[in-house]
Structures are given as structure tokens and as C-alpha cells.
Design a protein around this ligand. Structure first.
Ligand code: IPM
Ligand code: MN
Length: 356
């Protein structure tokens, strides 16, 4: 099968992990007789440097014309002082919005080989960690009005959060559908004791749940959810939530699995063209050292094969190869524990490649 893949190399240490993901994809193409054609796309800091803005129209066009887009991570200290519209993150938000990627899946699953790398107590980890956060990605406070005005001699900043019923329906449905494919448990996380938007989420979800009688549906306040994720993560199967709560909880969820460097994500809208990226940032502090963990990016490539290209065997192959590399004791610094083999970014890539 021929597929056009947009590749956003990203900033700081990101190109180091994207390189490994592409080596893996090339091996998969050979083994399964596919043709992957890559188009380099500048977005984030790289695009600011090259074109003076984080996602110029011509680069956005390339994304929209791809069968799917693979992204490393963007941003870094170099661009931190920039005004809001000229920050690398703005490019990512524009991309998500223009590609209409409302549904962001962030799995939090502990690899049995990495149980010792989790910061949680053994007794908690042993109960199992295997859930998915379904994060609404193109609404809420991220996409409301942002303004700062001077009022009575001082600056006042305002960010507006809004959700329409339709926006909630479409992501709520993804939550239920995801639960149906897993263990049929869905928890909606909100702040309905304070926010109107949350109360609307509850109303819409209460309607939707009638269509999914098999799913055990519950709700939880976000502050409690943050606590429950580290107290007893085994209680969760699927969590569905709005944009910002999902952002925050997914970092927490990833860390309890051992390392944020292990977690991939998919962002999809109506069609099959998606955006696949690790949930971690561009790790500027370790850029250029060949020590960053490439696994989240490699697993993001696997997710792309599974969800956008319908290549389940190929995706399984990559995931098994990662698991085998962990079995063989290979560890990048972030997941290193006693007695294991400390390897660089490219050596981890080599180890995974060999297992395909
Ligand atoms: C993420 C990131 C982004 C977000 C930033 C870079 C805008 O933290 O993908 O989780 O907040 O969505
Ligand atoms: Mn985040």
C-alpha cells in the first residue's frame, strides 16, 4: 500500500526521536511491501525560524494533503519570550484545529518490564495500570478568547471556556465507543460543582449513555480524579474529558507508568487522516546528546499504522519489537533501573529494528 506521511521533525531533541521512528517505518515498509512517502513539514520553532510564523499556510497544506502526519515535539527556551501568536505551541494548536482533530487518545499502560520505573508503590502498580484518556482537543479554554486589558490601572487577563452540545456529543461518543472496545467502563471527568461547561457535559453524556447500556458509566470531579489516578489507577478503563483537564491528567497518567517517554498519542477527527505524536515535550535540556527515549515516537508511528492505515499486523509488529527490546534489558536513561543495559537513542532504535 502506498501512503503519504507528513513528517514534522520538531524542535530541540525531537529530530532525534523522529529519525528512529522513520527507520522503523522503513523496515516495516520493506517487510510488508508498502511504500511510505515522506514529506518534511516545518511547524513550531523550526517554522518560526524559517518563515517567521509557527505554521504557515503552505506547511498546513502539506499536512492536509497527507494520509497522516507524524510529529515529534515542538517548542523550547529559544522561543519562550515570543508573543502568544508567535509561539511554537500556537502552530500545534492551529494544526489540530485546522485538521479538525477533536479526539485525542492517550493510553496509560504500564509495561510489565518497567514496573520498577513507576514512582508508585509496588502494591498499587501490581493491581495493574491500563487505561485510556480520551481528551477533547479542539475546544474549551484552549480555543476560547484570550485577552489582556488594562482596567483601572492594572492588567486583567481573561481566557474563555465554552463547549457546545455538538462538541460534547462527538467526543462523548468516542469515549463510549472506546469503552465498548475495551472493558466497558467509562468515567467522565469534570468540575460540575463549579463550571457550567461541566454541567452541560453531564447533560449530554446522560443522553448518550442511554445508547450504551452495556457501559458502566460514572462521573468524577477532576481534583478527585487527579488523586485517584495515583491512589488506585486500576479502577480506570476509559476516561473522557475536556481539553485542559485531559492535558493535565494525561501527564500525570503517563508518569505513573514509568516515564512520559513511553506514551504515544493519536489525534483524529472525522476522516482517517490523523496526527500522531508522543505526549512528551521536546526535552531541550538533553537535545543533541543522543540520549532521549525514542519509544513514544516509535509507538506513535505504530498507532498511525493501526488507526489511520488499518495496518494492525504491522502495528503489532512494532509494539512487540518494543516489548522485546525491553525484555532484552535495553533502557534509555529515563527508564533505566539497576541491572539493565543503558543505551542511547539510536541504540534503542537499533534494538527495536532488530526485533522486527
Ligand atoms: C500536549 C501539549 C500541548 C497541549 C501544548 C504544547 C500546547 O502539552 O500535547 O499535551 O497543551 O495540548
Ligand atoms: Mn500536555
Amino acid at each position: 500500500m502506498k501512503k503519504n506521511i507528513g513528517v514534522i521533525w520538531g524542535d530541540c531533541s525531537s529530530p532525534e526521536i523522529v529519525r528512529e521512528a522513520l527507520r522503523i517505518l522503513n523496515k516495516i515498509a520493506l517487510k510488508y511491501d508498502h511504500e511510505f512517502v515522506y514529506t518534511d513539514i516545518a511547524m513550531g520553532g523550526e517554522a518560526i525560524d524559517k518563515y517567521g510564523e509557527p505554521l504557515p499556510e503552505h506547511e498546513l497544506e502539506k499536512c492536509l494533503n497527507s494520509d497522516s502526519v507524524l510529529l515529534g515535539a515542538i517548542g523550547g527556551p529559544k522561543w519562550e519570550g515570543m508573543p502568544g501568536h508567535l509561539r511554537p505551541e500556537k502552530g500545534l494548536l492551529k494544526l489540530r484545529s485546522k485538521m479538525k482533530l477533536y479526539s485525542n487518545l492517550r493510553p496509560a499502560k504500564i509495561w510489565p518490564q518497567l514496573q520498577d520505573a513507576s514512582p508508585l508503590k509496588k502494591s498499587i502498580v501490581e493491581k495493574g495500570i491500563d487505561f485510556v484518556i480520551v481528551r477533547e482537543l479542539i475546544g474549551g479554554v484552549y480555543f476560547g478568547n484570550h485577552e489582556t486589558n488594562e482596567v483601572n490601572g492594572q492588567l486583567v487577563a481573561k481566557d474563555t471556556m465554552s463547549y457546545s452540545e455538538e462538541e460534547i456529543y462527538r467526543i462523548g461518543r468516542i469515549g463510549f465507543e472506546t469503552a465498548m472496545k475495551r472493558n466497558k467502563k467509562l468515567c467522565m471527568v469534570d468540575k460540575a460543582n463549579v463550571l457550567d461547561t461541566s454541567r452541560l457535559w453531564r447533560k449530554v453524556m446522560d443522553e448518550l449513555k442511554k445508547e450504551y447500556p452495556e457501559v458502566m458509566y460514572s462521573t468524577m470531579f477532576v481534583d478527585n480524579a487527579a488523586m485517584q489516578i495515583c491512589k488506585d489507577p486500576s479502577q480506570f478503563d476509559v476516561i473522557v474529558t475536556e481539553n485542559m483537564f485531559g492535558d493535565i491528567l494525561s501527564d500525570e497518567a503517563s508518569e505513573i507508568t514509568g516515564s512520559i517517554g513511553m506514551i504515544a498519542s493519536s489525534s483524529l477527527g472525522k476522516g482517517s487522516c490523523g496526527l500522531y505524536e508522543p505526549i512528551h515535550g521536546s526535552a531541550p535540556d538533553i537535545a543533541g546528546k543522543n540520549i532521549v527515549n525514542p519509544i513514544a515516537c516509535i509507538l506513535s508511528a505504530a498507532m498511525m499504522l493501526r488507526y489511520s492505515f488499518d495496518m494492525a499486523d504491522e502495528a503489532d509488529d512494532i509494539e512487540n519489537a518494543v516489548s522485546m527490546a525491553l525484555d532484552q534489558g535495553y533502557r534509555t536513561a529515563d527508564i533505566m533501573t539497576e541491572g539493565m543495559k543503558l543505551v542511547s537513542t539510536s541504540e534503542m532504535g537499533d534494538a527495536i529494528l532488530k526485533n522486527i
